[in-house]
Write a protein that binds this ligand. Structure first.
Ligand code: ADP
Ligand code: MG
Length: 760
């Protein structure tokens, strides 16, 4: 069959290496296994899935000009010259070699007790010899160097590696570390790979799918990616492996979706003359076309005995709340209850206020002045007083409360709902699948589910992270929005910064409000992640996911709420203007007071962490100053900016940064200032992050099985895989006729469960 199998070792009887689950110590011996374990590789499969990051070439030297200090690198270069001398200050000798790519150079430094210690190095590092060198880049007197690098010259190749290099095949370069150089990883891979036979590696892709997309088989893909003979080899391998990753993930999502759809739900049809009609009649504005269209889709799905599974995404300020409220009211009309779940207390309170305003007498059932068709709104958060909590629990359990608004507290076991018909989750990016399931478990029949997200999610991410949900999008903003203008302000220019506060003053004098956003609460502590729900769950901060500061650049301490508030109270331009503070460590009462003082205008300047990032709605807010703007992710900046320009007056966002001109950091902030298109910014954000982080942040676990799939670039693959996976699951939900696919999924899900358990 395949000519490449000819140089593989024959299978040995009782040989364990063919099994993917075999622990590496058994397959390779303790010493090599220990070094690989430092890379997180513990089984044969781990090692086989540790794909080369890139490929080198004997004849094509690595460009040395762009190696960053502190980076662990593997380069292919030529030895230029070597010299040995005694050290001046202390006993011992030093060997320095210069390697080159033809134009730029890198120094290799070795220390020894005496010159004789270098015999081997001198023999191998002959001027003119090429080889691979690996180590961590440092600088010494302005010259970049590798100290005691590991290396292998192509003339003195070790046995395993030699076979691959006899001819000019691409050289796999692995994401290696100081514990084991790339070529030793290659050797280990070769050992376990050559023991694999057809059938050892499961083939999760259906034959028809492979044929349709002309994909190589599972084992061949591993051979081609680890031991390519030419560029086309690893390209074919990557294509196949990307399809495989997409297909496996989409199958899991399709199964999850099928399982949810298989549960019976209660049909909640709309009712003429009910609370929804009364609500529509009192809305102070007309719905946008988008709101109406999405509303019709939701209304129809809720009216079916199959659980709705829908993601509603929309630009900040596109009016998702009203859409959700209308769906909730349809359920109330049908005699059921709806739960609205927010990620933070601030947001839950905000939702309660918004819903009260929108509903008016319609939310005052049983009260004087309440309408006939009215229902009750109940708040359930972790910080309620004991009596308030008892009352809320009773209203939820009796069914008196048609709408329950809450935080994670709603998930706790002693919360009961009489007849939960719809769960609305706001800002999904802070909720995991587990929480979604916990809420669903609170109902007799599976409730309908509406997930809303204000972080515009590129379509492919929606398909990967939320593939079990159907997606609706609110693209347009309600008319009459004046929009937001964004200006980048260099922190190093005092005149500009002074102008920022004068601008805030002008806005306040004209009746506006200003947010001042800081990355920290107090000077010196860790940046705030913007979480305040009191559950102790740490939500990953975009800024932490991104490696934001330019490496090696010392930077001034980050702006902190308490400090900045104090400064502003002493700022001449703001004399006589009240300055408030808002952050996650305040008590619920203090947060509420700060928000309502700000909304009413009593305290028109609010210094805050990112707790105001999601959903907060104060239409009079017209200015936002973001300090250390480069410290935030693009999507997060966009979210923050969405808090202003919500009324008829245009908003102004002032992004203050100490980033230097022309650095990637500055370019990011400029990109933010340059567009108000949330989808464009989300795409940019995505490109700058590792794919695993994107998915890991939205849904625990699923990042781990994606190694090659790129959510931005592989849209076509994800699309194809999704369609095919759904078809497979439709006709064989248990995957009985797809044993290999089932095996791969079981292993992936197991791993992810194990990882999840480890983290909790
Ligand atoms: P988001 O989609 O970001 O959650 P909201 O639901 O908070 O947006 O809506 C933002 C603001 O727009 C709110 O003040 C809301 O009352 C208002 N709004 C919603 N729909 C419309 C509409 N059709 N016309 C005018 N204003 C609207
Ligand atoms: Mg919202």
């Amino acid at each position: 069959m395949n000519e490449r199998t000819s140089h593989h070792l024959p299978a040995v009887a009782g040989d364990h290496r063919g099994r993917l689950t075999t622990p590496l110590p058994k397959a390779l011996g303790e010493k090599t296994a220990k070094a690989l374990a430092k890379l997180g590789l513990n089984t044969v499969e781990d090692l086989l899935r540790h794909y080369p990051r890139r490929y080198g070439n004997r004849g094509k030297l690595t460009d040395l000009a762009h190696l960053g200090v502190g980076e662990h690198v593997t380069v292919i270069a030529r030895v230029a010259h070597v010299s040995v001398h005694a050290m001046r200050a202390r006993r011992g000798a030093i060997l320095t070699a210069t390697i080159t790519d033809g134009s730029d150079e890198l120094t290799l430094t070795f220390f020894g007790k005496h010159a004789a210690a270098f015999t081997l190095h001198e023999r191998q590092l002959r001027p003119g010899a090429t080889g691979m060198f690996t180590g961590t880049v440092s600088t010494f007197k302005g010259t970049r160097q590798l100290t005691h690098p590991q290396y292998e010259t192509f003339d003195d190749l070790s046995d395993e590696f030699a076979a691959m290099q006899k001819v000019d095949w691409p050289i796999p370069i692995y994401p290696a570390s100081a514990s084991i150089p790339s070529w030793k990883v290659a050797g280990a891979v070769k050992t376990v790979l050559s023991a694999q036979r057809d059938g050892d590696v499961p083939e999760p892709l259906p034959v028809a799918y492979r044929e349709e997309h002309r994909l190589v088989g599972a084992l061949e893909a591993l051979q081609l990616i680890h031991e390519p003979h030419e560029t086309a080899d690893y390209r074919r391998a990557r294509l196949r492996l990307r399809h495989e990753e997409a297909f496996v993930l989409q199958t899991v999502l399709a199964q999850r979706r099928a399982a949810a759809l298989a549960e019976p739900a209660t049909a909640r049809a709309s009712r003429p003359g009910g609370i929804l009609e009364a609500f529509d009649a009192r809305l102070p504005f007309t719905l946008t076309d988008g709101q109406r269209e999405v509303g019709e889709v939701l209304a129809a799905e809720i009216a079916r005995p199959v659980p709705m599974q829908r993601l509603l995404q929309g630009e900040v300020g596109s009016g998702k709340t009203v859409v959700a409220v209308r769906a909730m009211l349809q359920v109330v009309d049908a005699g059921g209850q709806a739960a609205l779940l927010a990620p933070t207390e601030v947001l839950a309170h905000q939702h309660l206020r918004t819903l009260r305003d929108l509903l008016g007498p319609l939310a005052e059932a049983g009260m004087l002045g309440g309408a006939d068709v009215a229902t009750r709104l109940t708040l359930l958060t972790g910080s309620l007083s004991a009596p308030a909590r008892r009352k809320a629990l009773a209203e939820a359990a009796s069914g008196e409360a048609g709408i329950v608004v809450g935080t994670h507290a709603l998930l706790s076991e002693n919360v009961q709902l009489a007849d939960l018909g719809l769960v609305v989750i706001d800002e999904q990016h802070r909720f995991g699948v587990e929480q979604r399931d916990a809420l669903r478990a609170k109902a007799v029949t599976t409730p309908h589910l509406l997930v809303m997200t204000a972080t515009p999610i590129p379509r492919t991410v929606a398909m990967t992270s939320f593939g079990d949900l159907e997606t609706s999008t609110l693209a347009e903003l309600p008319v009459g929005r004046a929009g937001v203008e964004t200006v980048v302000v260099p922190a190093g220019k005092p005149a500009w910064v002074r102008r920022v506060w004068e601008r805030v003053r002008e806005e306040v004098d004209a009746g506006g409000r200003a947010y001042v956003v800081c990355p920290r609460i107090t000077p010196g502590e860790a940046p705030s992640a913007g979480v305040d729900d009191g559950t102790g769950d740490d939500v990953p901060d975009m800024a932490d996911l991104l490696e934001l500061s330019d490496a090696g650049q010392p930077r001034p301490p980050l702006a902190a709420v308490e400090e900045v508030a104090a400064q502003l109270r002493a700022e001449p331009a703001l004399a006589g203007v009240a300055v408030g503070e808002m952050h996650g460590q305040l008590s619920t009462e203090a947060k509420d007071a700060a928000m309502s003082d700000f909304a009413s205008g009593r305290v028109p300047v609010l210094v805050s962490t990112t707790v105001i990032e999601v959903g907060v709605d104060v239409p009079a807010a017209t200015v936002m100053v973001i300090l250390d703007a480069d410290r935030f992710g693009l999507s997060q900046l966009h979210q923050l900016r969405g808090r202003i320009g919500r009324g008829a007056k245009p908003g102004m966002c002032l992004a203050v940064t100490s980033a230097e001109p022309d650095t990637p950091t500055m370019k990011r902030v400029q990109a933010f200032a340059g567009t108000t298109d949330g989808f464009a910014l989300a795409d940019l954000d995505l490109e700058m992050r590792k794919e695993g982080d994107v998915l890991g942040a939205t849904q625990s676990g699923s990042g781990t099985s994606l190694r090659l799939l790129r959510v931005t670039k592989d849209a076509a693959i994800i699309d194809a895989a999704r369609t095919a996976a759904r078809a497979v699951v439709d006709h064989d939900p248990e995957l009985l006729t797809y044993p290999d696919l089932a095996e791969v999924i079981a292993r992936t899900v197991d791993e992810e469960t194990a990882e999840y358990l480890e983290r909790t």
